[in-house]
Design a protein around this ligand. Structure first.
Ligand code: ADP
Ligand code: ZN
Length: 728
């Protein structure tokens, strides 16, 4: 008996199967999908059993498998196939596909740590009657008899609660014994305080439609902020579990997970496993064990939870489907939405993508009927959508209001004195790479690609990193002719200081990278703000999504337009979504909400769509741009990055690749570049970029695979291929 084993070696070069002999003692137990230790060269390393065979033709001597790493952690047939899909779709090495599916605690580096966690208990080793007889004959009271008496009442006690001398003495008398039991680090039973809202008419309709689906089908649930999508998810999952099936619920980030996970524990208690990167390795391992042992039926988690080894999946739900976090930006560059589709197809189950601001791709598919389009158009509770006001900062600057407009300050004071709460979002995206006029808000854009040009200090020019267009930086603003072309940039700390000066009585709490770096700090901030210990929550985009604070009636957004300046064709879409989501934090209960958008571009179309709470209007506008400029969803994209320590080598290879692509792929596809990548010099390497736009191209995948293979073994030049990139 032989096994074909995929070696865990973190380089692509040996991404192929090696044959090993299966030792006698493993012949009945070894299966495909198991992780094993095998001799390789002079070392013993890990590998995955891909296939078990009876015959093997070769003259060289085979080595034997050393041991099975953990017989419980076997990838099932579905996941083994999914690995091949990942390889095919993302051009990643097989081994990295399989590694992605297992929690990090089981990957190469950690393979010698044992994450199983045991507690030791004490139990009686004799019948109760025998122990009672002993106690009577013993005749006095001491620590030993106390322990024995406890064990007469309770079946077992924790060993660590008793002193070792007592335990030792009783063990020697063979009156008690020790037992080890595996414990999970996370133990939640049903949390108290469960409130189930009866679904309203719209929610009920969505619920019924999805619930009655017994085949693979993708639903886009487009529901405005506060429309009660979560309530629908919970009901759908409950229905699925009642049918004896399992469910996966994906959320974009851990910041959203905290509030949501509690909601899931309330409903489903110990039937839930959670998987996300903020768990310790031991916690991840335990949660994974619960899943693989079939002890839970619902997995809630971030991106990689899509690989949870559940059997019999009855539904997958992806909340905030527009979120970029569902795409992994290193190898394998997979999108959890694609994986969800493959898994739902396999299990003949519905897939629900939910958002208030779905991606243009998803919405376009829903409008074409590729996805089923479901809608929630009203706020579920008492809340109504907030009133949005745009404030022109050009006017404010004249009054020397550089950060806060008069209107925002007045309203903040009003809300605080009425014992309501406010949130202030400082939009800091888009500042680091581009030049903006601080007088009129002008930014340089590429006439071909409609993205912001990136400033290169060394040559004092601005370049488009899609098509290579470049112009030199002017000394005065080309629009208003003021000497005010600058990087703009404001930190949350500075903003907080200023605000405290203007409104000394306000209790302000700050949430950004700095204040949330410690484990649990995030939750603390949210908890204390929710408990109304603070009047104002001030933060970066982190505060924009998901939270449901009933006393927040005002949301202020500073530099609302800055993220429009990110040199990426999706920056309109991301800005709309950010501002719309942030606005959605206001007025979520019976208190009416209000939003103030501060901007240097009050006439900007995107901002005005936010003001009107009108996603459809934004959608139509943006689709038109995408169509004209041949971006998704009208075209598909592939991005290639050519990376080398040597500038000339990098450029030379990039040029070669671009020329080769132009010759080899379909003439209807467009090859842009090579240009400098948006992150041009990084880690002492030079990075060039090629972008392919295509609609149908039969040759493309095989050409990409060919190129990928050529550069596999190139020590100096690295080629990174990203299929359906989210950022280019
Ligand atoms: P979304 O995820 O769509 O933004 P949520 O699920 O957070 O919305 O719901 C918004 C608020 O409405 C929550 O406080 C929730 O408890 C409440 N809610 C949801 N469904 C109902 C309902 N059917 N009746 C009353 N309140 C509801
Ligand atoms: Zn361009």
């Amino acid at each position: 008996m032989y096994a074909e084993v995929l070696i865990e070696y973190p380089t692509k070069k040996i991404d192929k199967y090696f044959t090993y002999e299966v030792p006698l003692k493993m012949r009945n137990t070894l299966q495909a999908g198991m992780k094993v230790k095998v001799p390789f060269g002079s070392k013993t390393i890990n590998g995955f059993v891909m296939k078990i065979t009876d015959t093997f033709n070769s003259d060289y001597e085979l080595k034997e498998i050393v041991e099975v790493v953990d017989p419980e952690l076997k990838l099932n047939d579905e996941l083994m196939r999914l690995g091949l899909y990942l390889e095919e779709k993302t051009l990643c090495p097989k081994i990295s596909a399989y590694q992605t599916m297992l929690p990090s605690s089981l990957k190469i580096k950690d393979n010698d740590t044992n994450y199983n966690f045991y507690k030791t208990y004490l139990m009686l080793n004799k019948t109760k009657k025998e122990v009672l007889d002993y106690l009577v004959s013993y005749g006095k009271e001491n620590k030993q008899t106390i322990l024995l008496n406890t064990l007469l009442k309770e079946e077992k006690v924790l060993k660590k609660d008793y002193d070792s001398y007592t335990v030792k003495a009783l063990k020697e008398k063979e009156l008690i014994k020790e037992v080890k039991e595996q414990e999970y680090r996370i133990n939640k039973s049903n949390l108290e305080g469960l409130v189930k809202h009866p679904l309203n008419v719209e929610q009920q309709k969505v619920f019924e439609t999805v619930k009655n689906t017994n085949e693979f089908k993708t639903f886009l649930l487009e529901g405005i902020t506060g429309s009660g999508k979560t309530e629908v998810y919970l009901n759908l999952i409950e229905d699925t579990l009642n049918k004896g099936k399992t469910a996966i619920m994906l959320v974009p980030e851990i910041s959203l997970t905290v509030a949501l996970v509690n909601r899931f524990y309330e409903w489903f208690g110990s039937r839930v496993a959670i998987l996300h990167s903020a768990l310790s390795n031991g916690e991840k391992y335990d949660e994974y064990l619960k899943i693989i042992r079939g002890e839970v039926s619902l997995v809630v988690g971030t991106r990689s939870a899509i690989f949870a080894p559940l059997e019999n999946i009855g539904i997958i739900i992806i909340d905030e489907e527009h979120s970029d976090t569902f795409k992994q930006d290193n190898m394998p560059r997979y999108n959890a939405k694609d994986i969800a589709m493959v898994r739902c197809k396999y299990h003949k189950a519905p897939l629900v993508l939910g958002s208030a601001t779905p991606t243009l791709e998803s919405k376009a598919r829903a409008l074409k009927g590729v996805y089923s389009h479901l809608k929630l158009t009203k706020r579920a509770g008492f809340g109504t959508l907030p009133q949005v006001t745009i404030v022109d900062m050009l006017e404010e600057v004249k009054k020397k209001n550089f950060i806060f407009s008069d209107e925002l300050i007045t309203k903040l004071k009003m809300r605080i004195s009425a014992h309501e709460q406010a949130m202030i979002l400082l939009n800091r995206r888009g500042y680091s790479t581009t030049i903006t006029c601080s007088n009129c808000g002008y930014t340089y854009k590429c006439p071909n690609c409609d993205i912001t040009l990136t400033y290169h200090k060394s040559t004092n020019n601005l370049r488009c990193h899609y098509c290579g267009y470049s112009i030199s930086k002017d000394s005065v603003c080309p629009n208003c002719h003021e000497d005010a072309l600058n990087y703009l940039g404001l930190g949350t700390e500075k903003v907080m200081e200023e605000l405290q000066k203007i409104i000394p009585e306000a209790k302000i709490i700050r949430m950004d990278q700095d204040t949330t770096s410690k484990k649990g700090s995030h939750e603390k901030i949210i908890e204390s703000f929710k408990n109304h210990e603070y009047d104002i929550l001030l933060g970066t985009q982190m505060i924009s999504k998901g939270f449901d604070f009933p006393y927040v009636t005002l949301v202020g957004i500073i530099n609302a337009d800055s993220s429009l300046n990110i040199p990426d064709f999706r920056s309109n879409e991301r800005t709309f979504s950010l501002l719309y989501q942030a606005s959605g934090r206001a007025g979520r209960s019976n208190l009416a909400g209000e939003v103030i958008l501060q901007t240097y571009n009050p006439d900007n179309y995107v901002l005005n769509c936010v003001k009107e709470n009108n996603f459809n209007k934004f959608f139509n506008y943006e689709m038109n741009i995408r169509k004209i400029l041949k971006y998704p969803p009208y075209y598909y994209l592939v991005s290639l990055k050519i990376i080398a320590k040597d500038y000339d080598k990098s450029l030379e290879n990039a040029t070669k690749i671009a020329n080769y692509l132009r010759k080899s792929i379909s003439p209807s596809s467009i090859v842009l570049g090579p240009t400098t990548a948006s992150l041009f010099k990084f880690n002492n390497t030079y990075r060039f970029q090629i972008v392919i736009k295509y609609r149908y191209d039969e040759k493309l995948m095989s050409v990409l695979k060919y190129l990928d293979n050529i550069y596999l073994n190139d020590k100096d030049v690295n080629l990174e291929i990203d299929i359906d990139p989210l950022h280019i």
